[in-house]
Ligand binder design. Structure first.
Ligand code: ADP
Ligand code: MG
Length: 251
């Protein structure tokens, strides 16, 4: 049994079968990549994993508990944190202020910035936020306006915001999309560091094979909403079904 178990998940959008009979088991403390071409259903699957989207059929459980129908803060309390495809930080706030939001949310169960400003715990929250920024080597950027940072630094901040919640499962949707190679490599190094320093399971949706093969221990290939193959990176390389998924070639 994996820490994350997806069983017989189907999801239709009108006439489109976005997910078809998805079964997936993610082992605790592993890095599991989900790959597949655009439109394969990767983001839809991620939305199901965080309870945001209810599938038509099937079940999703984390550590034996169903995630389906749960509110975002309940998912967070279960130990699941996610990074969406487009960085979701508040551009008008500083790096430090962004980092304070989830720390406050963890304590009080609501994502309300005005409450942070009024909170008597503000000093403790700032200290915790600074501690996370130090661990990310971002302490010197704490007063930067976050909108002005590089895509890589925005991603680093967003991943840090997730880590501040001490998640047991970190889900990432194409974290290196649109990044320059140097930023991509920094993100790979950051995720390796996180893996080394914590007991954490990472599920990463990615189409950059350099990222996938640098990080993943298991890979699931999704095509047209259905897993084609799941295996180790070595076995996935050159696999005919991977060529089929990416190039439309059947081997
Ligand atoms: N809310 C939605 N309503 C209708 N169709 C959707 C919706 N979300 C995704 N889709 C469709 O489902 C398919 C899978 O989308 P998505 O999961 O975003 O793929 P991927 O992340 O692999 O690129 C695509 O054809 C997409 O257009
Ligand atoms: Mg997507």
């Amino acid at each position: 049994m994996g820490i994350l178990e997806v069983k017989n998940v189907n999801k239709r959008f009108g006439g489109l079968q976005a997910l078809g009979d998805v079964n997936l088991s993610v082992e605790e403390n592993s890095v599991h990549a989900i790959i597949g071409p655009n439109g394969a259903g990767k983001s839809t699957l991620l939305n199901v994993l965080i309870g945001k989207l209810i599938p038509d059929t099937g079940s999703v459980s984390f550590d034996g508990q169903s995630v389906l129908g749960r509110k975002p803060y309940e998912i967070c309390q279960m130990g699941i944190s996610r990074v969406f495809q487009t960085p979701e930080i508040f551009g008008e706030l500083s790096v430090l202020e962004n980092m304070m939001i989830p720390i406050f949310a963890k304590r009080d169960g609501a994502f309300r910035m005005h409450a942070v400003e009024n909170s008597s715990n503000e000093k403790a929250i700032i200290e915790q936020a600074e501690h996370v920024l130090e661990s990310l080597n971002m302490a010197d950027k704490r007063h930067f306006n976050s909108a002005s940072m590089s895509r890589g630094d925005k991603r680093r901040l967003e991943i840090g915001m997730c880590l501040s919640q001490n998640p047991r499962l970190l889900l990432l949707d194409e974290p290196t999309a649109g990044m320059a190679r140097a930023d991509t490599n920094n993100t790979i190094d950051l995720l390796k560091q996180i893996k080394d320093e914590r007991d954490i399971t990472i599920a990463i949706i990615e189409h950059d094979m350099h990222v996938v093969f640098s990080l993943a221990e298991r890979i699931t290939v999704l095509a047209q909403g259905t897993p084609l193959v799941e295996d180790t990176p070595d076995n996935i390389k050159g696999h005919p079904k991977v060529r089929e998924a990416y190039l439309g070639e059947s081997a």
